[in-house]
Ligand binder design. Structure first.
Ligand code: SIN
Length: 272
């Protein structure tokens, strides 16, 4: 197995592994090390059936259902992340970390490309440990004790899932959760910024208006190019990101073409 970084900030491609195989404990541990070190890892040419995709996901964590989209036939934990030729919005098409509005947001997510546009449809990732570590000492001191309010109902993000949600009869529930603005990674011990443009509405005990200036600053700061990498998909590419210390943004630059991915979300814990 070879691990090759794809950018200065985060992201590495893992070569020489067939994820359809019955992976040894040593290989699983090596993949896990690469995941923790690089925050998002990528594999190419993985022609996995849904059952094989689930089997790999189970070696890395506990697959859970996504709250707003039902799973594919026979696999409730695999959702289809798709944009059809006639659609304008792409699913999750805004910088975010997954489902920060849940009390226990996911540890990570896996995305496997089934159909990709001829060009476009890349996904960007941003390291939230680097974003935190590059702040001044004064700003880190200010942010460290703060708590953020995260909601599933911000208009810019609900729009990105409305095509999928409509297919299933409409969005019924909304979720709100309070989490530390700066969380400590339970495995690496590194601190990471944990607010995001898609879900964070305010700081706890402050109004939205009072929170907005500092949140706006953080939303821009945390996705500065030098904290990011960008991944170009091919059919069979698989990404596995650490939702506790990264954000991602799928780029919506392929109108008129189709992009279909399968996603599995892995259970996480309460951010601290
Ligand atoms: C997502 O947020 O799960 C979608 C990512 C992508 O389509 O690249």
């Amino acid at each position: 197995m070879e691990v090759r970084r794809i950018a200065g900030a985060l992201g590495a491609e893992v070569l020489g592994v067939d994820l359809a195989a019955d992976l040894s404990g040593a290989t699983v541990a090596e993949i896990r090390r690469a995941f923790l070190e690089h925050q998002v890892i990528f594999f190419r040419d993985q022609a996995l059936s849904p059952a094989q995709f689930m089997a790999f996901a189970r070696r890395m964590g506990k697959p859970v259902e996504y709250p707003f989209v039902k799973g594919i036939e026979g696999f409730p934990e695999i959702i289809e992340v798709k944009k059809l030729e006639r659609e304008r919005h792409n699913f999750g098409g805004i910088w975010h970390s997954d489902t920060a509005y849940l009390a226990e947001p996911p540890m990570g997510s896996m995305l496997l490309a089934r159909e990709v546009p001829a060009a476009g449809g890349d996904t960007e990732f941003a390291s939230q440990t680097l974003a935190y570590e590059s702040l001044s000492e004064g700003m880190r001191r200010l942010l460290d004790p703060l708590v953020a309010v995260n909601s599933s109902a911000k208009a810019d993000v609900t729009r990105t899932r409305e095509d999928r949600v409509k297919e299933q009869g409409g969005e019924t529930k909304s979720y709100v959760a309070e989490h530390p603005v700066v969380r400590t990674h339970p495995e690496t011990g590194r601190k990471a910024l944990y607010v995001n443009l898609a879900h964070t509405v305010s700081f706890k005990d402050m109004s939205e208006e009072e929170s907005a200036p500092l949140l706006q600053y953080l939303f821009c700061h945390q996705v500065r190019s030098e904290f990011t990498c960008r991944f170009g998909w091919r059919v069979g590419s698989l990404a596995f990101w650490d939702n506790r210390c990264t954000q991602h943004n799928p780029i919506n630059d392929y109108h008129g073409q189709r992009r279909v991915m399968h996603r599995i979300t892995l259970a996480g814990d309460k951010p601290r």
